[in-house]
Design a protein around this ligand. Structure first.
Ligand code: MF3
Ligand code: CO
Length: 249
């Protein structure tokens, strides 16, 4: 069942989502060669707690940290560790926060120092795919219109869409119905209605679309070890169009 949120609920959801955007912005500023991923996790967690939020991923199905940090061929769910960033790495940072009954969720991918032109192209295309998907999050469209717009653009750029992981509804739970795939034929799935809130999150590989999970039972990597990027926004569908709740003003 897809839960529709009232205007008041969407207003309340703005708090955890704005927190996600603010913390991510501060974390991103600290990404540079030599920084260990666990340092970013500690920094993010203290910032979240100081603002009265609760890290949403920590403890979720046993996940150990507040951030997911996925480097290069890692797609999502990388666990923060002593690993240090190197010039040329591409780094996905994913953050969820719970505040007063509601969740917010967003992710960005960025380069460490100077990155290759192909990496830059992958980052730009994945971010643009998210924008293109958000544009389709309108009353009267079908859910798969979002999915199809993302897939068509990405495949046109010569990259591939991860199929094993998808976006999701979000609200009083981190994951609600519906699932939001980043691939599919247009014009199918539920009709989009005012009050739906979706976490749209394309995961895009430079090589093939297959992925596998490492021994730690969390880290998802590309099967061909090609680079991967991930961008995510939490988006409310309103009568006035899509509202990105995780965007900084
Ligand atoms: N943004 C991801 C999601 O939507 C992150 C989940 S990580 C987990 O599911 F640790 F919470 F599983
Ligand atoms: Co998500």
């Amino acid at each position: 069942m897809i839960i529709l949120k009232s205007r008041q609920e969407i207003e309340k959801m703005k708090i955890p989502n704005r927190l996600v955007a603010e913390v991510l912005e501060e974390v991103v500023k600290k990404v540079m060669p030599g920084i260990a991923t666990i340092e970013l996790d500690r920094f993010a967690e203290s910032m979240i707690l100081k603002r009265g939020g609760i890290p949403a991923f920590k403890g979720y199905k046993g996940y150990p940290n507040s951030l997911c940090i996925s480097i290069n061929e890692q797609v999502v769910h990388g666990i923060p560790s002593k690993r240090r960033f190197k010039e040329g790495d591409i780094v996905s940072i994913d953050l969820g926060i719970y505040y007063d009954g509601y969740y917010g969720d967003a992710a960005v991918t960025l380069g460490v120092g100077k990155v290759s032109p192909e990496s830059k192209r992958l980052l730009h295309a994945t971010q643009k795919a998210l924008c293109i998907g958000v544009e389709k999050a309108r009353v009267g469209n079908h859910l798969s219109d979002i999915s199809n717009a993302i897939q068509s653009y990405i495949e046109g750029e010569g990259f591939s869409i991860v199929r094993a992981f998808v976006g999701h509804g979000i609200g009083t739970s981190l994951h609600e119905e519906p699932q939001v795939p980043n691939f599919g034929e247009p014009g199918s799935g539920p009709l989009l209605k005012s009050g739906m809130v979706l976490a749209i999150e394309p995961m895009v590989n430079m090589g093939g679309s297959d992925v596998e999970v490492l021994e730690d039972d969390w880290t998802v990597v590309t099967s061909d070890r090609s680079l991967s990027a991930h961008f995510e926004h939490t988006v409310a569908i309103t009568d006035n169009g899509p509202e990105i709740l995780t965007k900084l003003l």
